[in-house]
Write a protein that binds this ligand. Sequence first.
Ligand SMILES: Nc1ncnc2c1ncn2[C@@H]1O[C@H](COP(=O)(O)OP(=O)(O)OP(=O)(O)O)[C@@H](O)[C@H]1O
Ligand SMILES: [Mg+2]
Length: 285
Amino acid sequence: MVDQAKQLRDKVMQKKAKKERRQTRILAVTSGKGGVGKSNFALNFALGLVEQNKKVLIFDVDLGFANIDVLLGRSPEESIATMLEKDLAIWDIIEEGPNGLLFISGGTGFNDLFQMDESKLNKFFKELSQIQDMVDYIILDTGAGLSYENLRFILAADDVILVTTPEPTSITDAYSVVKMVHAKNRNVHMKLVVNQCTNEKEGIQTAENFKKVTEQFLGKQVETLGYIPSDANIPAAVKKQTPFLLAYPRTHASKAIQKLASEYLEIPLPYKLGLKGFLLKMLFK
Ligand SMILES: Nc1ncnc2c1ncn2[C@@H]1O[C@H](COP(=O)(O)OP(=O)(O)OP(=O)(O)O)[C@@H](O)[C@H]1O
Ligand SMILES: [Mg+2]
């Protein structure tokens, strides 16, 4: 393990030792349609949880277009691919972002791993188990749609946040995700976030309709986590490569994310499989 990585690990372990025991939960952020705001949501929601004193690691598992590092204006030195090539430790590819947020960039190397080499993938996930109970949340920023890999992440997570916009195309694609996931496993916890709402009324209406339809046609409860307004400061923050919660903490979208993060922490999860459960499901699918 290189020096910097060791320092980061020791820092996280030290903090952990001071506080009560952590229990890692895996939260997947996904959507049907692409470009609805998943990555921006995942990153800023993660920072919202950090503001609530949670230790959070965001893991970019978008196998097509990983871009959490771009949103953070960072280019990590090591990747999952080089980690396996050089036999590095997981801490060598964990980066420290703003406010102590941890992140792993997936990128193309991770994609190759999924495409070609299941044994290397297993090695990677075993290495990932090192961070068991060192963080409170691992947030997976998945790609859009129903690829085999996305489904695998969704089914292995403790909790799933489904992001949609109020547009009918986005809603019908989100519905297809619920349908597919529900057909595979009826017990997956899914919560809806309506992003890019013109006003709160539109958000509430979109979520209520979605809930009604999934209940009626699939017998599936998809609770609403909340709404995020359309906010010109989000694209402005993306251009600055700074998370909007930090660049514009008082803008409408930031206030909405903060509310979502604190409300999320109030929701009890009926069961917690955590990182071990996640890895077991990923490895023995
Ligand atoms: N609430 C919002 N208000 C205004 N613009 C937004 C909002 N949320 C996201 N955007 C804009 O939408 C674009 C897509 O956002 P983002 O990259 O987070 O989507 P994504 O769902 O992760 O996309 P992909 O499916 O490609 O991974 C970004 O350019 C961002 O600036
Ligand atoms: Mg994205």
